[in-house]
Write a protein that binds this ligand. Structure first.
Ligand code: ADP
Ligand code: MG
Length: 609
Protein backbone atom coordinates (compact mmCIF):
# COMPACT_ATOMS: atom_id res chain seq x y z
CA UNK A 1 0.00 0.00 0.00
CA UNK A 2 1.35 3.36 -0.95
CA UNK A 3 1.02 6.49 1.09
CA UNK A 4 0.07 9.39 -1.08
CA UNK A 5 -0.84 11.97 1.48
CA UNK A 6 1.55 13.94 3.70
CA UNK A 7 1.06 16.92 5.93
CA UNK A 8 2.94 19.87 4.52
CA UNK A 9 5.82 21.39 6.48
CA UNK A 10 4.96 24.69 8.11
CA UNK A 11 7.34 26.75 5.99
CA UNK A 12 5.37 25.61 2.97
CA UNK A 13 1.92 26.22 4.47
CA UNK A 14 3.04 29.69 5.46
CA UNK A 15 4.14 30.32 1.90
CA UNK A 16 0.75 29.14 0.67
CA UNK A 17 -1.00 31.42 3.15
CA UNK A 18 1.24 34.26 2.03
CA UNK A 19 -0.15 33.75 -1.46
CA UNK A 20 -3.50 34.91 -0.15
CA UNK A 21 -2.50 37.60 2.31
CA UNK A 22 0.57 39.06 0.66
CA UNK A 23 -0.07 40.08 -2.88
CA UNK A 24 2.26 43.04 -3.11
CA UNK A 25 4.16 45.46 -0.88
CA UNK A 26 0.97 47.41 -0.18
CA UNK A 27 -0.69 44.32 1.28
CA UNK A 28 2.28 43.76 3.62
CA UNK A 29 1.93 47.34 4.75
CA UNK A 30 -1.79 47.00 5.31
CA UNK A 31 -1.25 43.98 7.56
CA UNK A 32 1.56 45.60 9.49
CA UNK A 33 -0.30 48.87 10.05
CA UNK A 34 -3.31 46.89 11.23
CA UNK A 35 -1.08 45.23 13.78
CA UNK A 36 0.30 48.58 14.91
CA UNK A 37 -3.20 50.00 15.30
CA UNK A 38 -4.32 46.91 17.21
CA UNK A 39 -1.32 47.47 19.47
CA UNK A 40 -2.67 50.91 20.32
CA UNK A 41 0.00 52.88 18.45
CA UNK A 42 -0.53 56.64 18.15
CA UNK A 43 2.39 57.19 15.83
CA UNK A 44 3.13 54.97 12.86
CA UNK A 45 5.82 55.48 10.28
CA UNK A 46 6.23 53.61 7.04
CA UNK A 47 9.38 53.57 5.00
CA UNK A 48 9.83 51.84 1.66
CA UNK A 49 12.58 51.53 -0.92
CA UNK A 50 12.06 50.59 -4.58
CA UNK A 51 8.29 50.51 -4.17
CA UNK A 52 8.65 48.14 -1.21
CA UNK A 53 10.47 45.44 -3.13
CA UNK A 54 13.80 46.21 -1.54
CA UNK A 55 12.62 47.41 1.83
CA UNK A 56 9.54 47.94 3.93
CA UNK A 57 9.87 49.22 7.46
CA UNK A 58 7.03 49.98 9.85
CA UNK A 59 7.79 51.59 13.18
CA UNK A 60 5.13 52.06 15.84
CA UNK A 61 4.86 53.20 19.44
CA UNK A 62 2.30 50.56 20.40
CA UNK A 63 2.39 48.23 23.39
CA UNK A 64 5.10 46.04 21.92
CA UNK A 65 5.75 42.38 22.66
CA UNK A 66 7.64 40.37 25.24
CA UNK A 67 10.36 38.01 24.02
CA UNK A 68 8.00 35.02 24.30
CA UNK A 69 5.20 36.76 22.45
CA UNK A 70 7.53 37.99 19.76
CA UNK A 71 8.63 34.44 19.09
CA UNK A 72 5.10 33.14 19.21
CA UNK A 73 3.82 35.85 16.89
CA UNK A 74 5.75 34.21 14.08
CA UNK A 75 3.92 30.94 14.47
CA UNK A 76 0.96 30.28 12.26
CA UNK A 77 -2.40 30.91 13.95
CA UNK A 78 -0.72 32.63 16.85
CA UNK A 79 -2.72 35.62 17.93
CA UNK A 80 -3.46 37.64 21.02
CA UNK A 81 -6.74 38.88 19.60
CA UNK A 82 -9.12 35.98 19.91
CA UNK A 83 -9.11 32.91 22.14
CA UNK A 84 -12.38 31.09 21.82
CA UNK A 85 -15.01 30.27 19.25
CA UNK A 86 -17.32 32.92 20.55
CA UNK A 87 -14.66 35.62 20.18
CA UNK A 88 -14.94 35.10 16.45
CA UNK A 89 -18.46 36.48 16.60
CA UNK A 90 -17.38 39.66 18.31
CA UNK A 91 -14.17 40.88 16.75
CA UNK A 92 -13.03 44.29 17.93
CA UNK A 93 -9.56 44.27 16.45
CA UNK A 94 -8.42 44.59 12.86
CA UNK A 95 -6.51 41.32 12.95
CA UNK A 96 -7.55 37.99 14.39
CA UNK A 97 -6.33 35.29 12.03
CA UNK A 98 -2.77 35.07 13.28
CA UNK A 99 -1.47 34.72 9.76
CA UNK A 100 0.17 37.93 8.69
CA UNK A 101 3.54 37.78 10.44
CA UNK A 102 4.38 34.15 9.63
CA UNK A 103 3.19 34.64 6.05
CA UNK A 104 5.26 37.76 5.47
CA UNK A 105 8.27 36.24 7.21
CA UNK A 106 8.08 33.19 4.97
CA UNK A 107 8.45 35.18 1.77
CA UNK A 108 11.07 37.77 2.72
CA UNK A 109 14.12 38.55 4.80
CA UNK A 110 12.37 39.64 7.94
CA UNK A 111 13.35 41.38 11.13
CA UNK A 112 11.08 41.94 14.06
CA UNK A 113 12.16 44.14 16.95
CA UNK A 114 9.78 44.85 19.77
CA UNK A 115 9.88 46.26 23.26
CA UNK A 116 7.24 46.59 25.92
CA UNK A 117 7.30 49.99 27.67
CA UNK A 118 8.15 48.53 31.09
CA UNK A 119 10.93 46.36 29.73
CA UNK A 120 14.39 47.96 29.63
CA UNK A 121 15.31 46.17 26.43
CA UNK A 122 13.68 44.82 23.36
CA UNK A 123 13.90 41.56 21.42
CA UNK A 124 15.16 41.22 17.92
CA UNK A 125 14.32 38.24 15.74
CA UNK A 126 15.81 37.64 12.31
CA UNK A 127 13.90 35.33 9.95
CA UNK A 128 14.83 34.33 6.44
CA UNK A 129 12.28 32.70 4.19
CA UNK A 130 10.36 31.53 7.24
CA UNK A 131 13.39 30.18 9.16
CA UNK A 132 14.38 31.88 12.39
CA UNK A 133 18.08 32.74 12.10
CA UNK A 134 18.73 34.73 15.22
CA UNK A 135 17.05 35.92 18.42
CA UNK A 136 18.72 38.45 20.67
CA UNK A 137 18.15 41.38 22.99
CA UNK A 138 18.34 44.84 21.51
CA UNK A 139 18.14 48.45 22.58
CA UNK A 140 15.20 50.36 21.16
CA UNK A 141 12.34 52.71 21.99
CA UNK A 142 9.13 51.06 23.26
CA UNK A 143 7.04 49.75 20.41
CA UNK A 144 7.66 47.58 17.41
CA UNK A 145 9.78 47.87 14.29
CA UNK A 146 9.26 45.38 11.50
CA UNK A 147 11.61 45.32 8.55
CA UNK A 148 10.82 43.36 5.42
CA UNK A 149 13.60 43.16 2.87
CA UNK A 150 13.58 41.53 -0.54
CA UNK A 151 9.95 40.58 -0.55
CA UNK A 152 9.30 37.42 -2.59
CA UNK A 153 13.04 36.73 -2.90
CA UNK A 154 12.17 33.03 -2.64
CA UNK A 155 9.10 33.11 -4.90
CA UNK A 156 10.34 34.29 -8.30
CA UNK A 157 6.90 33.76 -9.84
CA UNK A 158 5.41 36.35 -7.50
CA UNK A 159 8.25 38.72 -8.04
CA UNK A 160 7.43 38.77 -11.74
CA UNK A 161 3.95 40.05 -11.02
CA UNK A 162 5.13 43.12 -9.20
CA UNK A 163 4.86 46.36 -11.16
CA UNK A 164 7.30 49.19 -11.39
CA UNK A 165 8.59 50.78 -8.21
CA UNK A 166 6.43 53.85 -8.88
CA UNK A 167 3.27 51.80 -9.28
CA UNK A 168 3.93 49.77 -6.15
CA UNK A 169 4.79 52.94 -4.23
CA UNK A 170 1.48 54.38 -5.44
CA UNK A 171 -0.40 51.40 -4.00
CA UNK A 172 1.50 51.79 -0.76
CA UNK A 173 0.55 55.47 -0.60
CA UNK A 174 -3.11 54.62 -1.19
CA UNK A 175 -3.05 51.99 1.50
CA UNK A 176 -1.46 54.28 4.06
CA UNK A 177 -3.93 57.03 3.14
CA UNK A 178 -6.90 54.70 3.62
CA UNK A 179 -5.64 53.66 7.01
CA UNK A 180 -4.75 57.22 7.98
CA UNK A 181 -8.28 58.34 7.17
CA UNK A 182 -9.68 55.58 9.35
CA UNK A 183 -7.80 56.89 12.40
CA UNK A 184 -7.46 60.65 12.43
CA UNK A 185 -6.21 60.39 16.00
CA UNK A 186 -3.07 58.55 14.93
CA UNK A 187 -0.07 60.30 13.36
CA UNK A 188 1.27 58.72 10.17
CA UNK A 189 4.28 59.25 7.97
CA UNK A 190 5.10 57.46 4.77
CA UNK A 191 8.46 57.86 3.08
CA UNK A 192 9.36 56.30 -0.26
CA UNK A 193 13.02 56.27 -1.37
CA UNK A 194 13.66 59.14 1.00
CA UNK A 195 10.74 61.18 -0.36
CA UNK A 196 7.86 61.98 1.95
CA UNK A 197 4.57 60.73 0.51
CA UNK A 198 2.47 61.54 3.51
CA UNK A 199 2.93 63.14 6.89
CA UNK A 200 -0.11 63.71 9.02
CA UNK A 201 -0.31 64.82 12.61
CA UNK A 202 -3.14 63.77 14.86
CA UNK A 203 -6.20 65.73 13.82
CA UNK A 204 -9.87 65.45 13.02
CA UNK A 205 -11.41 63.57 10.13
CA UNK A 206 -12.04 66.58 7.95
CA UNK A 207 -8.48 67.78 8.08
CA UNK A 208 -7.18 64.25 7.73
CA UNK A 209 -9.22 63.78 4.59
CA UNK A 210 -7.88 66.99 3.10
CA UNK A 211 -4.34 65.84 3.89
CA UNK A 212 -4.86 62.38 2.45
CA UNK A 213 -6.87 63.33 -0.63
CA UNK A 214 -5.84 66.87 -1.37
CA UNK A 215 -7.71 70.09 -0.88
CA UNK A 216 -9.51 69.92 -4.22
CA UNK A 217 -11.19 66.67 -3.41
CA UNK A 218 -12.35 67.92 -0.07
CA UNK A 219 -13.42 71.45 -0.97
CA UNK A 220 -17.08 70.54 -1.03
CA UNK A 221 -17.72 68.03 1.72
CA UNK A 222 -20.88 67.52 3.70
CA UNK A 223 -21.12 65.90 7.07
CA UNK A 224 -23.10 62.71 7.47
CA UNK A 225 -24.38 61.74 10.85
CA UNK A 226 -27.19 59.33 11.29
CA UNK A 227 -28.06 56.50 13.56
CA UNK A 228 -30.97 54.21 13.96
CA UNK A 229 -31.83 50.52 14.29
CA UNK A 230 -28.35 49.72 15.53
CA UNK A 231 -26.53 51.21 12.52
CA UNK A 232 -24.55 54.41 12.82
CA UNK A 233 -23.23 56.22 9.78
CA UNK A 234 -20.82 59.13 10.14
CA UNK A 235 -18.34 60.84 7.90
CA UNK A 236 -18.27 63.12 4.90
CA UNK A 237 -19.50 62.98 1.35
CA UNK A 238 -18.78 65.26 -1.57
CA UNK A 239 -21.22 67.39 -3.47
CA UNK A 240 -21.69 66.43 -7.10
CA UNK A 241 -19.14 68.94 -8.31
CA UNK A 242 -16.36 66.75 -6.93
CA UNK A 243 -16.46 63.43 -8.71
CA UNK A 244 -13.90 60.90 -9.80
CA UNK A 245 -13.86 58.38 -12.59
CA UNK A 246 -12.90 55.55 -10.24
CA UNK A 247 -13.90 54.42 -6.79
CA UNK A 248 -10.44 55.31 -5.49
CA UNK A 249 -11.72 58.19 -3.38
CA UNK A 250 -14.54 56.17 -1.86
CA UNK A 251 -13.34 55.38 1.61
CA UNK A 252 -15.81 53.15 3.33
CA UNK A 253 -15.18 51.57 6.69
CA UNK A 254 -17.12 49.06 8.66
CA UNK A 255 -16.39 49.10 12.35
CA UNK A 256 -13.15 50.93 11.60
CA UNK A 257 -12.02 48.50 8.93
CA UNK A 258 -11.61 49.62 5.33
CA UNK A 259 -13.79 47.51 3.08
CA UNK A 260 -14.67 47.32 -0.56
CA UNK A 261 -18.13 46.05 -0.19
CA UNK A 262 -20.65 45.61 -2.95
CA UNK A 263 -23.62 46.39 -0.72
CA UNK A 264 -22.02 49.50 0.71
CA UNK A 265 -20.93 50.76 -2.66
CA UNK A 266 -24.33 50.13 -4.18
CA UNK A 267 -26.04 52.05 -1.41
CA UNK A 268 -23.72 55.02 -1.90
CA UNK A 269 -24.20 55.06 -5.66
CA UNK A 270 -27.94 54.66 -5.23
CA UNK A 271 -28.05 57.78 -3.10
CA UNK A 272 -26.11 59.69 -5.74
CA UNK A 273 -28.26 58.48 -8.59
CA UNK A 274 -29.46 61.39 -10.63
CA UNK A 275 -26.99 63.61 -8.84
CA UNK A 276 -23.84 62.50 -10.61
CA UNK A 277 -23.15 60.93 -13.93
CA UNK A 278 -23.07 57.21 -14.50
CA UNK A 279 -19.50 55.97 -14.33
CA UNK A 280 -18.57 58.78 -11.95
CA UNK A 281 -17.94 58.29 -8.28
CA UNK A 282 -18.13 60.69 -5.37
CA UNK A 283 -15.50 61.35 -2.77
CA UNK A 284 -16.72 59.80 0.46
CA UNK A 285 -15.31 58.82 3.82
CA UNK A 286 -18.01 56.88 5.57
CA UNK A 287 -17.84 55.05 8.84
CA UNK A 288 -20.49 52.46 9.34
CA UNK A 289 -20.70 51.13 12.84
CA UNK A 290 -22.82 48.16 13.73
CA UNK A 291 -22.79 45.47 16.40
CA UNK A 292 -20.01 43.02 15.61
CA UNK A 293 -22.54 40.19 15.73
CA UNK A 294 -24.18 41.79 12.70
CA UNK A 295 -21.17 41.55 10.46
CA UNK A 296 -18.84 38.71 9.58
CA UNK A 297 -15.34 39.89 8.69
CA UNK A 298 -13.97 36.38 8.39
CA UNK A 299 -14.86 36.08 4.72
CA UNK A 300 -11.55 36.58 3.03
CA UNK A 301 -7.95 36.51 4.30
CA UNK A 302 -7.41 40.14 3.32
CA UNK A 303 -10.58 41.10 5.22
CA UNK A 304 -11.53 43.57 2.50
CA UNK A 305 -14.87 41.90 2.20
CA UNK A 306 -17.51 41.40 4.83
CA UNK A 307 -20.87 39.71 5.10
CA UNK A 308 -23.81 41.39 6.77
CA UNK A 309 -26.42 39.51 8.67
CA UNK A 310 -29.07 41.97 7.57
CA UNK A 311 -27.74 43.18 4.30
CA UNK A 312 -30.73 45.23 3.18
CA UNK A 313 -31.01 46.99 6.55
CA UNK A 314 -27.43 48.21 6.18
CA UNK A 315 -27.99 49.14 2.56
CA UNK A 316 -31.13 51.12 3.26
CA UNK A 317 -29.77 52.86 6.35
CA UNK A 318 -26.71 53.98 4.45
CA UNK A 319 -28.63 55.11 1.40
CA UNK A 320 -31.11 57.02 3.54
CA UNK A 321 -28.35 58.72 5.51
CA UNK A 322 -26.70 59.95 2.33
CA UNK A 323 -29.89 60.96 0.60
CA UNK A 324 -30.83 63.03 3.59
CA UNK A 325 -27.59 64.98 3.31
CA UNK A 326 -27.75 65.32 -0.47
CA UNK A 327 -31.33 66.51 -0.31
CA UNK A 328 -30.63 69.24 2.16
CA UNK A 329 -27.12 70.31 1.39
CA UNK A 330 -26.89 73.64 -0.34
CA UNK A 331 -24.00 72.27 -2.30
CA UNK A 332 -24.20 74.47 -5.33
CA UNK A 333 -20.84 76.11 -5.82
CA UNK A 334 -20.46 79.72 -4.79
CA UNK A 335 -23.70 79.92 -2.92
CA UNK A 336 -22.92 82.45 -0.26
CA UNK A 337 -24.90 80.64 2.41
CA UNK A 338 -23.17 77.35 1.68
CA UNK A 339 -22.02 75.42 4.73
CA UNK A 340 -20.29 72.13 5.17
CA UNK A 341 -22.71 70.63 7.64
CA UNK A 342 -26.07 69.25 6.60
CA UNK A 343 -27.79 72.03 8.44
CA UNK A 344 -30.61 73.02 6.13
CA UNK A 345 -33.94 72.02 7.58
CA UNK A 346 -35.92 69.39 5.70
CA UNK A 347 -38.74 70.62 3.48
CA UNK A 348 -41.48 71.57 5.85
CA UNK A 349 -44.78 69.79 5.94
CA UNK A 350 -46.45 72.99 4.76
CA UNK A 351 -44.13 73.10 1.79
CA UNK A 352 -44.99 69.55 0.84
CA UNK A 353 -48.68 70.19 1.30
CA UNK A 354 -48.37 73.14 -0.96
CA UNK A 355 -46.81 71.01 -3.64
CA UNK A 356 -49.52 68.42 -3.22
CA UNK A 357 -52.26 71.05 -3.37
CA UNK A 358 -50.76 72.69 -6.41
CA UNK A 359 -50.42 69.34 -8.09
CA UNK A 360 -54.00 68.44 -7.32
CA UNK A 361 -55.35 71.77 -8.44
CA UNK A 362 -53.51 71.48 -11.70
CA UNK A 363 -55.17 68.12 -12.31
CA UNK A 364 -58.47 69.91 -12.54
CA UNK A 365 -57.13 72.48 -14.98
CA UNK A 366 -57.04 72.03 -18.73
CA UNK A 367 -53.54 71.32 -19.89
CA UNK A 368 -51.67 74.29 -21.12
CA UNK A 369 -50.11 73.82 -24.50
CA UNK A 370 -46.81 75.17 -23.33
CA UNK A 371 -46.34 72.76 -20.49
CA UNK A 372 -43.57 70.19 -20.73
CA UNK A 373 -43.77 69.04 -24.25
CA UNK A 374 -41.64 66.54 -26.05
CA UNK A 375 -42.94 66.98 -29.57
CA UNK A 376 -39.61 68.13 -30.88
CA UNK A 377 -37.88 65.29 -29.13
CA UNK A 378 -40.19 62.68 -30.55
CA UNK A 379 -39.87 64.06 -34.05
CA UNK A 380 -36.33 65.24 -34.46
CA UNK A 381 -37.18 66.88 -37.77
CA UNK A 382 -39.47 69.19 -35.91
CA UNK A 383 -36.85 70.73 -33.73
CA UNK A 384 -37.11 74.42 -33.60
CA UNK A 385 -40.17 74.61 -35.75
CA UNK A 386 -42.63 74.58 -32.88
CA UNK A 387 -40.87 76.37 -30.10
CA UNK A 388 -43.31 75.37 -27.41
CA UNK A 389 -40.66 75.52 -24.79
CA UNK A 390 -41.59 73.82 -21.59
CA UNK A 391 -42.95 76.47 -19.36
CA UNK A 392 -40.23 75.48 -16.98
CA UNK A 393 -42.51 75.65 -14.04
CA UNK A 394 -44.43 72.66 -15.35
CA UNK A 395 -47.84 71.64 -14.07
CA UNK A 396 -47.33 73.00 -10.60
CA UNK A 397 -46.92 76.50 -12.00
CA UNK A 398 -49.78 76.24 -14.41
CA UNK A 399 -51.84 78.62 -12.33
CA UNK A 400 -49.59 81.60 -12.46
CA UNK A 401 -50.20 84.29 -11.60
CA UNK A 402 -53.14 83.21 -9.43
CA UNK A 403 -51.05 80.87 -7.26
CA UNK A 404 -47.51 81.57 -8.28
CA UNK A 405 -45.29 78.75 -7.15
CA UNK A 406 -42.05 80.58 -6.87
CA UNK A 407 -39.15 80.02 -4.55
CA UNK A 408 -40.07 83.17 -2.66
CA UNK A 409 -43.59 81.90 -2.17
CA UNK A 410 -42.47 78.58 -0.78
CA UNK A 411 -42.03 78.71 2.97
CA UNK A 412 -38.45 78.42 4.00
CA UNK A 413 -37.17 78.93 0.48
CA UNK A 414 -34.12 81.12 0.01
CA UNK A 415 -33.35 83.60 -2.69
CA UNK A 416 -31.78 80.93 -4.84
CA UNK A 417 -28.51 80.98 -6.65
CA UNK A 418 -30.03 80.71 -10.11
CA UNK A 419 -32.66 83.40 -9.50
CA UNK A 420 -29.89 85.69 -8.36
CA UNK A 421 -28.08 85.45 -11.71
CA UNK A 422 -28.45 88.32 -14.11
CA UNK A 423 -29.37 87.00 -17.51
CA UNK A 424 -27.24 88.21 -20.40
CA UNK A 425 -29.15 86.27 -22.98
CA UNK A 426 -29.50 83.03 -24.85
CA UNK A 427 -26.83 81.41 -26.96
CA UNK A 428 -27.61 79.19 -29.92
CA UNK A 429 -31.14 78.67 -28.67
CA UNK A 430 -29.77 76.07 -26.27
CA UNK A 431 -27.81 77.84 -23.58
CA UNK A 432 -28.59 80.58 -21.14
CA UNK A 433 -25.72 82.96 -20.54
CA UNK A 434 -25.70 84.77 -17.20
CA UNK A 435 -23.48 86.79 -14.96
CA UNK A 436 -22.87 86.13 -11.28
CA UNK A 437 -20.54 88.66 -9.71
CA UNK A 438 -17.42 88.38 -11.79
CA UNK A 439 -18.30 84.93 -13.11
CA UNK A 440 -19.85 83.98 -16.40
CA UNK A 441 -22.40 81.21 -15.91
CA UNK A 442 -23.61 79.11 -18.83
CA UNK A 443 -26.67 76.93 -18.35
CA UNK A 444 -27.68 74.07 -20.61
CA UNK A 445 -31.39 74.79 -20.85
CA UNK A 446 -32.34 71.30 -21.90
CA UNK A 447 -30.42 69.65 -19.09
CA UNK A 448 -31.86 72.22 -16.71
CA UNK A 449 -35.48 71.68 -17.70
CA UNK A 450 -35.02 67.94 -17.62
CA UNK A 451 -33.59 68.28 -14.15
CA UNK A 452 -36.50 70.44 -13.07
CA UNK A 453 -39.03 68.01 -14.56
CA UNK A 454 -37.32 65.11 -12.84
CA UNK A 455 -37.27 66.86 -9.54
CA UNK A 456 -40.94 67.80 -9.85
CA UNK A 457 -41.75 64.17 -10.53
CA UNK A 458 -39.88 63.22 -7.41
CA UNK A 459 -41.78 65.79 -5.42
CA UNK A 460 -45.04 64.47 -6.77
CA UNK A 461 -44.01 60.97 -5.78
CA UNK A 462 -43.31 62.21 -2.28
CA UNK A 463 -46.66 63.93 -2.15
CA UNK A 464 -48.51 60.73 -2.98
CA UNK A 465 -47.90 59.86 -6.61
CA UNK A 466 -47.04 61.20 -10.03
CA UNK A 467 -49.85 63.26 -11.52
CA UNK A 468 -51.44 61.45 -14.33
CA UNK A 469 -53.39 62.58 -17.35
CA UNK A 470 -56.23 60.46 -18.72
CA UNK A 471 -56.05 60.05 -22.47
CA UNK A 472 -59.04 61.22 -24.48
CA UNK A 473 -58.54 58.28 -26.79
CA UNK A 474 -57.00 55.39 -24.91
CA UNK A 475 -54.42 53.57 -26.97
CA UNK A 476 -54.07 49.82 -27.38
CA UNK A 477 -50.63 48.36 -27.05
CA UNK A 478 -49.40 45.00 -28.27
CA UNK A 479 -46.81 43.71 -25.87
CA UNK A 480 -44.59 40.69 -25.63
CA UNK A 481 -45.35 37.97 -23.08
CA UNK A 482 -42.85 39.27 -20.65
CA UNK A 483 -43.95 42.88 -21.06
CA UNK A 484 -47.58 41.89 -20.47
CA UNK A 485 -46.55 40.03 -17.36
CA UNK A 486 -44.61 43.07 -16.18
CA UNK A 487 -47.52 45.42 -16.84
CA UNK A 488 -49.73 43.12 -14.80
CA UNK A 489 -47.27 42.54 -11.98
CA UNK A 490 -46.44 46.21 -11.54
CA UNK A 491 -49.91 47.57 -12.20
CA UNK A 492 -50.16 49.37 -8.86
CA UNK A 493 -46.62 50.64 -8.93
CA UNK A 494 -47.05 51.89 -12.48
CA UNK A 495 -50.22 53.71 -11.42
CA UNK A 496 -48.09 55.40 -8.76
CA UNK A 497 -45.91 56.93 -11.45
CA UNK A 498 -48.86 58.00 -13.57
CA UNK A 499 -49.55 55.09 -15.93
CA UNK A 500 -52.89 53.33 -16.21
CA UNK A 501 -52.66 50.08 -18.08
CA UNK A 502 -55.70 47.82 -18.42
CA UNK A 503 -55.50 44.24 -19.70
CA UNK A 504 -57.45 43.75 -22.91
CA UNK A 505 -57.01 40.04 -23.45
CA UNK A 506 -53.93 38.21 -24.65
CA UNK A 507 -50.94 40.43 -24.90
CA UNK A 508 -52.95 43.54 -25.55
CA UNK A 509 -53.23 46.26 -22.95
CA UNK A 510 -55.00 49.57 -23.02
CA UNK A 511 -53.06 52.65 -22.09
CA UNK A 512 -55.62 54.87 -20.39
CA UNK A 513 -53.44 57.44 -18.65
CA UNK A 514 -49.85 58.66 -18.70
CA UNK A 515 -47.80 60.95 -16.44
CA UNK A 516 -49.18 64.42 -16.95
CA UNK A 517 -45.81 65.95 -17.65
CA UNK A 518 -45.25 63.59 -20.55
CA UNK A 519 -48.81 63.77 -21.85
CA UNK A 520 -49.28 64.83 -25.45
CA UNK A 521 -46.27 62.85 -26.53
CA UNK A 522 -45.75 59.37 -27.74
CA UNK A 523 -47.15 57.63 -24.68
CA UNK A 524 -46.72 54.18 -26.15
CA UNK A 525 -43.05 54.71 -26.65
CA UNK A 526 -42.68 55.91 -23.09
CA UNK A 527 -44.55 52.86 -21.77
CA UNK A 528 -42.31 50.56 -23.74
CA UNK A 529 -39.26 52.34 -22.43
CA UNK A 530 -40.53 51.99 -18.90
CA UNK A 531 -41.37 48.32 -19.35
CA UNK A 532 -37.93 47.84 -20.80
CA UNK A 533 -36.46 49.24 -17.62
CA UNK A 534 -38.67 47.00 -15.55
CA UNK A 535 -37.65 43.85 -17.38
CA UNK A 536 -34.66 43.46 -15.09
CA UNK A 537 -36.72 43.77 -11.93
CA UNK A 538 -38.54 41.12 -10.02
CA UNK A 539 -40.03 42.72 -6.95
CA UNK A 540 -41.78 45.83 -5.73
CA UNK A 541 -38.67 46.64 -3.73
CA UNK A 542 -36.68 46.56 -6.94
CA UNK A 543 -39.28 48.81 -8.51
CA UNK A 544 -38.79 51.32 -5.73
CA UNK A 545 -35.07 51.06 -6.21
CA UNK A 546 -35.45 51.74 -9.90
CA UNK A 547 -37.80 54.65 -9.21
CA UNK A 548 -35.27 57.38 -9.83
CA UNK A 549 -34.26 55.89 -13.11
CA UNK A 550 -37.93 55.55 -14.14
CA UNK A 551 -38.65 59.15 -13.20
CA UNK A 552 -35.58 60.24 -15.13
CA UNK A 553 -36.98 58.48 -18.16
CA UNK A 554 -40.33 60.19 -17.82
CA UNK A 555 -38.58 63.54 -17.40
CA UNK A 556 -36.59 62.82 -20.50
CA UNK A 557 -39.82 62.34 -22.44
CA UNK A 558 -41.29 65.45 -20.90
CA UNK A 559 -38.94 68.14 -22.11
CA UNK A 560 -38.01 69.68 -25.38
CA UNK A 561 -34.69 68.96 -26.98
CA UNK A 562 -32.73 70.97 -29.44
CA UNK A 563 -32.76 74.63 -30.29
CA UNK A 564 -35.40 76.68 -28.52
CA UNK A 565 -35.50 80.41 -28.44
CA UNK A 566 -36.83 81.63 -25.10
CA UNK A 567 -38.01 85.05 -24.13
CA UNK A 568 -36.73 86.82 -21.05
CA UNK A 569 -39.68 85.77 -18.93
CA UNK A 570 -39.23 82.13 -19.85
CA UNK A 571 -35.53 82.37 -19.08
CA UNK A 572 -36.05 83.81 -15.64
CA UNK A 573 -38.87 81.33 -15.00
CA UNK A 574 -36.55 78.47 -15.77
CA UNK A 575 -33.92 79.88 -13.43
CA UNK A 576 -36.49 80.28 -10.67
CA UNK A 577 -37.74 76.75 -11.09
CA UNK A 578 -34.16 75.47 -10.95
CA UNK A 579 -33.90 76.95 -7.49
CA UNK A 580 -36.94 75.02 -6.38
CA UNK A 581 -35.16 71.76 -7.00
CA UNK A 582 -32.66 70.29 -4.64
CA UNK A 583 -30.19 68.90 -7.12
CA UNK A 584 -29.71 71.15 -10.03
CA UNK A 585 -26.06 70.56 -10.78
CA UNK A 586 -26.64 67.77 -13.23
CA UNK A 587 -29.46 66.49 -15.38
CA UNK A 588 -30.97 63.11 -14.42
CA UNK A 589 -28.41 61.47 -16.69
CA UNK A 590 -25.70 63.22 -14.79
CA UNK A 591 -24.64 65.65 -17.50
CA UNK A 592 -23.76 69.02 -16.02
CA UNK A 593 -26.50 71.61 -16.03
CA UNK A 594 -24.31 74.64 -15.77
CA UNK A 595 -20.73 75.73 -16.08
CA UNK A 596 -18.96 78.69 -14.58
CA UNK A 597 -16.12 80.59 -16.22
CA UNK A 598 -14.35 82.98 -13.90
CA UNK A 599 -13.16 86.43 -14.87
CA UNK A 600 -9.64 85.16 -14.27
CA UNK A 601 -10.11 82.43 -16.87
CA UNK A 602 -11.41 84.95 -19.38
CA UNK A 603 -8.54 87.29 -18.64
CA UNK A 604 -6.19 84.43 -19.26
CA UNK A 605 -7.71 83.85 -22.70
CA UNK A 606 -7.06 87.49 -23.55
CA UNK A 607 -3.63 87.35 -21.99
CA UNK A 608 -4.46 90.15 -19.63
CA UNK A 609 -2.90 88.44 -16.63
P1 ADP B 1 -3.20 38.82 13.99
O1 ADP B 1 -3.01 40.27 13.79
O2 ADP B 1 -4.27 38.27 13.14
O3 ADP B 1 -3.35 38.45 15.40
P2 ADP B 1 -0.49 38.63 13.05
O4 ADP B 1 0.28 37.51 12.46
O5 ADP B 1 -0.66 39.83 12.23
O6 ADP B 1 -1.91 38.06 13.46
O7 ADP B 1 0.17 39.02 14.41
C1 ADP B 1 0.33 38.04 15.42
C2 ADP B 1 0.37 38.65 16.80
O8 ADP B 1 1.56 39.39 16.97
C3 ADP B 1 -0.73 39.62 17.10
O9 ADP B 1 -1.90 38.96 17.57
C4 ADP B 1 -0.09 40.52 18.15
O10 ADP B 1 -0.28 39.99 19.42
C5 ADP B 1 1.37 40.49 17.80
N1 ADP B 1 1.79 41.69 17.07
C6 ADP B 1 1.96 41.79 15.74
N2 ADP B 1 2.37 43.01 15.40
C7 ADP B 1 2.45 43.74 16.54
C8 ADP B 1 2.81 45.09 16.85
N3 ADP B 1 3.16 45.96 15.88
N4 ADP B 1 2.80 45.48 18.14
C9 ADP B 1 2.46 44.61 19.11
N5 ADP B 1 2.09 43.33 18.87
C10 ADP B 1 2.09 42.88 17.61
MG1 MG C 1 -2.38 41.12 12.03
Amino acid sequence: MSQRITILPETLTNKIAAGEVVERPASVIKELIENSLDAGATDISVEIAAGGRRLIRITDNGHGMSREDALLSLERHATSKIRTDSDLDAIHTLGFRGEALPSIASVSRFRLASREPDNPEGTEIIVEGGKVRDVKACGMAPGTVITVEQLFFNIPARLKFLRSAETEAGHVGDTVARMAVSRPGVAFTCVSDGRELLRVQRSDLRRRLAQALGKDATADLHGVESSGSGITVTGFISGPAVVRSTTAAMFTYINGRFVRDRVVQHAVMQAYRGVIDRGRYPVVALFIELPSTEVDVNVHPTKHEVRFRHQSAVHDALQAALEEVLRHSPWLPRRPEQSAAPSAPPASQAYRERIAAAAQASLAMPRRETSFHAAAYEKPGNEGSTPTFPAPAGPVAVHEPATPFTPEAAPGARQGYFSSLSVIGQFHGEYIVCQSGSDLVIIDQHAASERVAYQRLREQCLAGGVESQRLLFPETLELSFSETALAERFKTELAGIGFELEPFGGNTVILAAVPRMAAGNNGMRLVRDILGELSQLGTSAAFREAMDSLLARIACHAVVRGVHPLDHRQLTELLASMDETDFAASCPHGRPVFHTITLGEIEKIFKRT
